[in-house]
Design a protein. Structure first.
Length: 257
């Protein structure tokens, strides 16, 4: 028996809870609610299902989820003053811990009638993640992952954020290696069976530059252009890959019907 199979099974449990949290949240996201309300829903669901929310108190972060709205790239802090409006799009990022193993995933949500431009960005972001996941197998290089994402979104006129990346994950929130979402084929370390990491492209409608606000967490696009992100936690098998954070309801990208 491969020595990583037990780890994979535990990560599937954590990943499944994170994905179910997003499934539950989906029916609650609508115009007029606050991102703090979404955070409370997520916290309670993870707690009631035997898990713990990894972001809570992580390096001083005081919420259970990240909620990144419109031009926020990542690490948006839920707030009772941040109210969802028609035309918005929101990324909700969930990381659940069960039995000391982590599952990390995020999805985009459209509120009301989101613009065609934003929908195109969201679709390109999701598709770039899945294209990168589809090539995963032992022997490829980390640069191949970034190449798939970068080449797909740049053809559509979008840009890949450089300041943040995917990461190894297992019994810690963040572990080596870093998974860049841009790169050249055949570069970087070789992927091997048993590796577990996130792929979580952050794609901007404008330039890729970001800045972090004074709260020390919220990263936004410098040019105030729209941003989108999706994330899965994956494990590398002998012949390919396994996604630990797939939706039990087969939700992929909005609209979630």
């Amino acid at each position: 028996m491969n020595d990583y199979l037990e780890k994979f099974e535990k990560m599937k449990v954590a990943g499944n809870l994170a994905a179910k949290t997003l499934d539950m949240i989906t029916g609650n996201i609508k115009e007029g609610i606050s991102t703090d309300y979404i955070d409370k829903l997520g916290y309670e669901f993870i707690r009631d299902n035997g898990g713990y929310s990894a972001p809570l108190y992580y390096r001083g972060f005081n919420k259970s989820l990240c909620t990144s709205l419109n031009h926020v790239v990542c690490h948006g802090i839920p707030s009772e003053n941040k109210i969802l409006e028609d035309g918005d799009a929101l990324n909700v990022d969930v990381t659940a811990i069960i039995d000391n193993h982590y599952g990390d995933t995020s999805r985009m949500f459209c509120i009301g009638e989101t613009s065609v431009k934003y929908k195109n960005l969201i679709n390109a972001t999701y598709d770039s993640m899945m294209k990168a996941i589809s090539i995963l197998k032992p022997g490829i290089k980390i640069g191949d992952i970034g190449f798939e994402i970068q080449s797909h979104v740049e053809k559509k006129g979008f840009s890949v954020v450089r300041d943040f990346c995917g990461h190894g994950i297992g019994t810690s929130f963040h572990e080596p290696p870093n998974i860049l979402h841009y790169g050249k084929k055949g570069t970087g370390i070789e992927i091997k069976p048993g590796m577990t990491f996130t792929i979580e492209p952050m794609i901007n409608a404008g330039k890729f530059d970001t800045k972090t606000l004074n709260d020390g967490w919220t990263a936004v696009t410098k040019d105030k252009s729209l941003s989108a992100q999706f994330e899965h936690t994956v494990g590398i098998t002998e012949n390919g890959y396994e996604i630990f954070t797939e939706s039990a309801k087969s939700y992929t990208k909005p609209p979630y019907l």
